[in-house]
Design a protein around this ligand. Structure first.
Ligand SMILES: [Ca+2]
Ligand SMILES: [Ca+2]
Ligand SMILES: [Ca+2]
Ligand SMILES: [Ca+2]
Length: 326
């Protein structure tokens, strides 16, 4: 091999390292302790004692422990309406912790369409933006995405059925299986440095005359979600200004306190610094030791270039990333 081809080989390895990404792992689930599970499911039995169909679990609008106060919102409009006055969008916030940031591979959002029973998703597209502040406010700007690109990778039925609160007056809702919640996974592939962000998103429905309705974050036994702040953009035919407003649940009974809500979403990706193999925010020799020991054990976690095979290319890519630092 002559000097020129050696240089080319080195350049190819460097290019491979640049495109390498660690396996996407669950990074965050809004208001859920488990980053791979949305804050939606409440139990196999409704508060009124009705069992969910086999293999399903309810997501029931919560009430307090004595079932004297409940939440009233079942779902919030999140769809493109085709109206010239605007369309619905939803927004909520999340924080990337200090360190190398997150390389976000996917974000998963949730919605149902009442009465829909098909095997294919009722949703055909989802667009999404990420902001560095509250959407639409002075000083906030979009750091990723737009309102037109369809980022939908897959939309699949969960085993979660949305229902209204089944016990609190007025009008407790009889549980039924008409609101299958669909998980829609969106392609992002962007590096987000540490900081607080807002995402806002919108569905297109296969049947454009039907809605996409997103259930709020639901925590059994609690009508209060601390510091909740989710927002909705509504067409100007529905709100005076056609603008973003904080979403508020009027509560049941309506005389009970109004409650702000959050919205369920998942973020998956990797630590923003792939060479920080043990994800402790410092890139040092312990990362090298940890990678080498995983590599020696053919641990799937050593599949550094995420091609499902642990081989010498993973070693080369890791060493190159480690040498490049962050
Ligand atoms: Ca929030
Ligand atoms: Ca109220
Ligand atoms: Ca480290
Ligand atoms: Ca590999």
């Amino acid at each position: 091999m002559n000097t020129a081809s050696l240089h080319i080989t080195a350049a190819l390895i460097a290019l491979t390292a640049l495109s390498a990404s660690s396996l996407a792992i669950p990074l965050y689930s809004n208001r859920s302790a488990d980053p791979s599970t949305p804050a939606l499911a409440t139990g196999f039995n409704s508060l009124s004692g009705i069992a969910a169909p086999s293999g399903k679990i309810w997501s029931e609008s919560a009430s307090n422990n004595t079932n004297t106060v409940g939440l009233g919102l079942v779902g919030i409009a999140a769809h493109h309406t085709g109206e010239v006055s605007g369309s619905f969008r939803l927004a909520d916030d999340f924080t990337v912790p200090s360190g190398a940031g997150w390389y976000v591979n996917t974000i998963t959002v949730y919605a149902y369409q009442t009465g829909y029973i098909g095997g294919q998703s009722p949703f055909s597209a989802v667009n999404l933006r990420i902001w560095n502040g509250i959407p639409g406010q002075v000083g906030s700007s979009v750091v990723f995405g737009d309102t037109t690109t369809n980022r939908l990778l897959e939309s699949s039925a969960t085993n979660i059925l949305r229902i209204g609160n089944s016990v609190v007056a007025p009008f407790p809702m009889t549980p039924d299986a008409t609101r299958t919640i669909w998980a829609s996974k969106l392609s992002i592939n962007a590096l987000l440095p540490a900081g607080t962000y807002w995402l806002d998103w919108q569905y297109d429905c296969v049947d454009p005359s039907k809605p996409a309705l997103t259930p709020p974050v639901t925590i059994a036994g609690s009508v209060v979600t601390a510091n909740a702040n989710a927002r909705q953009f509504a067409p100007s035919t529905l709100v005076a200004t056609g603008a973003w407003t904080v979403i508020s649940d009027a509560g049941k009974p309506e005389a009970s306190a109004d409650q702000l809500i959050d919205l369920p979403f998942l973020i998956a990706g990797s630590n923003g610094c792939p060479a920080d193999y043990n994800a402790d925010t410092v890139t040092d020799f312990f990362d090298y030791l940890d990678f080498v020991s995983a590599f020696a054990a053919s641990d799937p976690a050593a599949d550094f270039n995420a091609d499902t095979v642990v081989d010498f290319f993973d070693y080369l890519d890791f060493v190159a990333a480690f040498a490049a630092g962050c």
